[in-house]
Ligand binder design. Structure first.
Ligand SMILES: NC(=O)c1ccc[n+]([C@@H]2O[C@H](COP(=O)([O-])OP(=O)(O)OC[C@H]3O[C@@H](n4cnc5c(N)ncnc54)[C@H](OP(=O)(O)O)[C@@H]3O)[C@@H](O)[C@H]2O)c1
Length: 214
């Protein structure tokens, strides 16, 4: 059966996105540093060969354990789930061939027809809550795993449903000082976790936690 896992980048102080991270804020002086902070968060991935191939950024790129980890994670995914705010940013920033190549279930209050992209990604807009999105994802993942891709709001809902079996976090050595915090709004008692794998990369520490038995 498909596993449900979270896979994200996190700042050292626990944020998934810096304060004011929207394209509208790109040129506003009070948010000038969000691009730099986001760049520092994602620095580990940008030059990986697999990432470059997937986004058609051209040949080259680093190979090695971080690239292997990225490939392994991506290839295990049969369906993705994300929130509307993550989708909205990606809708404007992803290339036409969106980098998922699976069904993607977007939790939203918006009513919208599926959005089919070349390369195997179709975005489905789900108005019936996180359990329904997970049911749809399980039905379409072909036995592969289901990634809860973000943002924080959606991950918190799945953590509160206690359906997340693995947490994969690329912990980057950057301090945001504010923004979208991952670990908040969580019900007690939450799931317990054990450390499964730690890979020290040059631009992030790659952590995998597996849910411990209740
Ligand atoms: N660091 C990383 O690896 C990473 C990964 C992913 C995203 N991010 C960042 O995280 C930020 C977005 O995170 P976020 O926590 O602000 O938002 P989010 O989780 O992406 O989206 C939240 C929105 O999704 C909709 N939604 C969520 N649950 C719903 C439900 N049960 N029913 C109906 N609609 C629901 C609502 O929008 P509506 O009511 O408008 O429909 C809600 O405001 C972005 O800046 C993104 O770039 C970072």
């Amino acid at each position: 059966m498909s596993k449900v896992f979270v896979n994200i980048g996190l700042s050292l102080d626990g944020y998934m996105a810096p304060e004011g991270m929207t394209l509208e804020h790109w040129e506003q002086p009070e948010y000038l540093d969000w691009g730099a902070k986001w760049g520092a968060l994602m620095a580990w991935i940008i030059n990986q060969q697999y990432f470059r191939q997937n986004l058609k950024l051209g040949p080259g790129g680093e190979t090695g354990p971080v690239n292997d980890l990225l490939r392994g994670t991506t290839e295990r995914i049969g369906a993705n789930i994300m929130g509307k705010r993550m989708f909205e940013q990606g809708e404007r920033a992803w290339p036409e061939e969106a980098p998922f190549h699976t069904p993607v279930y977007v939790l939203t209050h918006d009513k919208r027809d599926p959005w089919v992209r070349p390369g195997g990604t179709t975005f489905y807009f789900v108005n019936d809550g996180p359990e329904r999105a997970l049911e749809l994802a399980r039905g379409s993942a072909g036995g592969r795993d289901i990634r809860i891709a973000g943002g924080a709001d959606v991950i918190q809902q799945y953590l509160n449903l206690a359906v997340v079996e693995e947490l994969e976090i690329a912990l980057a050595p950057v301090l945001f000082g504010g923004g979208r915090r991952l670990f908040e709004n969580l019900r007690e008692p939450g799931s317990r976790w054990r450390i499964d794998e730690v890979l020290a990369g040059p631009a992030a520490t790659h952590l995998r936690y597996v849910r411990a038995p209740f």
